[in-house]
Design a binder for this molecule. Sequence first.
Ligand SMILES: C[S@@+](CC[C@H](N)C(=O)[O-])C[C@H]1O[C@@H](n2cnc3c(N)ncnc32)[C@H](O)[C@@H]1O
Length: 357
Amino acid sequence: MATPELDEATLQGQAEIWRFMFSFADSMALKSAVELRIADIIHSHGGATTLSQIASCIDGGSGTSSPDITTLARIMRFLVRRKIFTVRHPSDGGDPVYDLTHSSRWLLHDSEQTLAPMILMENHPLLMAPWHCFSQCVKEGGIAFKKAHGREIWDLASENPEFNRLFNDGMACTSKVVTGAILSGYKEGLSSIGSLVDVGGGTGSLISEIVKAYPHIKGFNFDLQHVVSAAPPYDGVCHIGGNMFQAIPDADAVIMKWILHDWGDEDCIKILRNCRKAIPRGKGKVIIVEVVVKPDGNGPFDDTGFVFDLLMVAHSRGGKERTEVEWKRILEQGGFCRYRIINIPALTSIIEAYPDD
Ligand SMILES: C[S@@+](CC[C@H](N)C(=O)[O-])C[C@H]1O[C@@H](n2cnc3c(N)ncnc32)[C@H](O)[C@@H]1O
């Protein structure tokens, strides 16, 4: 029997499936570029770097081996196609030279504004394993991370210092990236605060940057004990270990970045109620730095909001990304009936919430 000819749309559909089937190739190529520090090598040459110059700066796997330049060339060809790097072929027939793009500047390890530690963290086998458990979660419920590792993410971090470091470093770099956006888009929101507690602040990257920009603010970095124990000291920041489900240290205002998205609605309401107890009546506020999902949004970060929602399926217990309507509901139940959303130039927005009293 003759095979029916495929119409254009069906063929296009097939092409899409091939593309999605291998989407992981994008993240794996990106991860290898970060591990090999390719962006840093090109940057240190001032741009326009040949493949052999890149290779000569890569440490061989064992003491005697030298980099496999053919594999490197193939990874670079792929990343040029993805517009992570550029390549130029000199007219004199010389070796092609590679350069950075607006994307690869985010891969620089030694830059203040880098996503390199986050790429290494999210693409680590321990954090990727739960993604393989989605269908099992649909069929039988439960927590993907626990199915993959037998325990939840914060328990693994408390038992495994290497994983704790990988996770905290990944989060810390995203805080540095978002701080610039907060400081530029939310200036007046911070200037009137005397003390600020970052709840689930990780190793203190966000609060330390805020205190650096507003030295009058007394900063508290509050997180689980195993996290603050590994945190570096910062001027003007006091690290406090504890459990936000029990109590939150008192301050004029609470900031929380990427905390509530880790939890289901009931847990968020408990955290918000504890925030309310920690801030002064009448003038306290909570500054929530989170994604606000826009179901029909087509801004540069809107698609990533949906990816983060699945990330929460992979890594959290009941966490999710929320639309404005969903945020409003948990804020009200947590005791914060007034709020405003401030768009900042970042993946996240600021939700500034005020208590009812
Ligand atoms: C997704 S990370 C966000 C870290 C930081 N806010 C940031 O955005 O870089 C969530 C943080 O919540 C902390 N955390 C989890 N459970 C907690 C609890 N019960 N009390 C305090 N912190 C907690 C974790 O240790 C982790 O640092």
